[in-house]
Unconditional design. Structure first.
Length: 429
């Protein structure tokens, strides 16, 4: 098989969550364990950092990888889903796994894949671990796919576990309350392994504290230890100063991720690095931290986080797609100067659509579209549901058409925002 045939085999043969939803989610680790045992347990051959959470885990993972890379560590990064290219999921020092290596992994494991019938995600996790072991990375940042306890990535014993925050998402699989969802995410907390929680939330904090106590894991909350001040955007960079108690720890720390919600992720990253410095052999200095956080996109290839696609009119996209994510997006929109607002919007069927629509700005012209996958919600249905919340506009046959129409309709001083689903953003980029 060539590269395209290999991808077709993975996409067509294996149940894929991004395409079909909950039916592709395997609620146990058996297949991952079988695949990794056949590969001589590659996950045990490198140090790792495990990152879970409802929102922010992607940005946090990329920031951590960028800082570690700046420190000179050979750094693996496993994230999901990909936006444009399957190989975005598996990187070393920002460089995607080669097509040849993807082909050879699938060819070598094809019989086992056909016999065990794993999900698409289970295979990509095994592929990533094998790739990192073969290339002898110093450390790999591993982003959880969904939940934590039963996520395929949860066969690692990391140096540190990180949980960014908890909000209502994937309730059909993870639970209906913040405490239930926190219970699933807390599944990555391991015996004696330190854990950093990004955001203190009344419903989830006791769940994490109890789990940590149960397994003797030292626990710390980043937003209790650190606070961000003096936030401003200048020269297309977010600038903040970070304090611990009344002492300034980082003055004028700059990030190329300019969404205002990145404050929380930056504090999570800084606290994670502080705990690693104190309790493990993974050390980073201030120079690497300043450089790594200021060059995340350049060093890791991260896209889709409050990303400017073009100017005059200003076109911005963001992958925020649940209640908490959309809330942050709307804060960003409200802080962006514009004359008129145009929103290219599409969603997938298994999200809390009413809740998201209830949050969306009413003073905008909407361009409804369906992301090109089975889980995508039909544009005319979305338009109909949106109308009940006084969100008005037309529906379009594709994301590309909706984007094109929005840009054509906008004046130079207008804002065109593209979002609602990670998959809408992927197609727009």
């Amino acid at each position: 098989m060539n590269y395209q045939q290999t991808l077709d085999f993975l996409y067509s043969k294996l149940p894929m969550f991004t395409r079909v939803g909950a039916s592709a989610f395997k609620k146990d680790l058996t297949n991952t364990i079988i695949l990794c045992e056949a590969l001589d347990n590659p996950q045990d051959k490198f140090k790792s950092i495990h990152v879970a959470g409802t929102n922010g885990k992607g940005s946090t993972s990329h920031m951590l990888a960028s800082v570690l890379q700046s420190q000179g560590y050979k750094t693996g990064l496993y994230t999901s889903p990909h936006l444009k290219n399957f190989r975005e999921r598996i990187r070393i020092n920002g460089k995607m796994m080669s097509k040849t290596e993807v082909v050879s992994f699938v060819k070598d494991q094809q019989k086992l894949i056909e016999k065990t019938e794993p999900s698409f995600f289970e295979v990509t996790v095994a592929m990533a671990f094998d790739h990192f072991a073969k290339h002898e990375v110093d450390v790999a940042v591993i982003e959880v796919g969904l939940g934590g306890r039963l996520d395929s990535t949860n066969i690692i014993t990391p140096q540190i576990s990180v949980i960014t925050n908890i909000s209502l998402d994937h309730m059909n699989m993870l639970g209906n309350t913040l405490a239930e969802i926190a219970g699933e995410k807390a599944g990555i907390i391991k015996k004696n392994i330190p854990v950093v929680i990004g955001e203190t939330q009344a419903e989830s904090a006791p769940v994490f504290v109890n789990k940590a106590k149960e397994v003797d894991a030292p626990i710390v909350f980043a937003d209790v230890e650190l606070r961000a001040q003096d936030s401003k955007i200048r020269n297309n960079k977010l600038s903040i100063s970070v304090y611990q108690n009344s002492e300034i720890k980082y003055k004028g720390l700059q990030s190329d991720l300019t969404g205002i919600y990145q404050h929380k992720n930056i504090l999570t990253v800084l606290e994670t690095l502080a705990v690693l410095n104190e309790k493990t052999e993974i050390k980073t200095d201030q120079e690497a931290i300043y450089k790594g956080i200021s060059q995340v996109k350049k060093q890791t290839g991260l896209q889709g986080r409050w990303q400017t696609l073009s100017k005059n009119p200003l076109v911005i996209c963001d992958t925020g797609h649940n209640e908490a994510g959309i809330t942050e997006v709307i804060k960003n929109i409200s802080q962006t100067p514009y004359q008129n607002l145009h929103i290219v919007f599409g969603m997938v069927k298994d999200k809390d659509i009413s809740k998201v629509l209830s949050l969306m700005p009413k003073n905008a012209t909407y361009y409804f579209c369906k992301p090109d996958l089975e889980r995508g919600l039909a544009a005319d249905e979305l338009k109909e549901q949106a109308a009940t919340f006084n969100l008005n506009g037309n529906n379009y046959a594709s994301v590309a058409e909706a984007k094109e129409k929005a840009i054509q309709s906008a004046d130079p001083k207008d804002l065109v925002f593209i979002g609602g689903s990670t998959f809408v953003v992927a197609e727009a980029i």
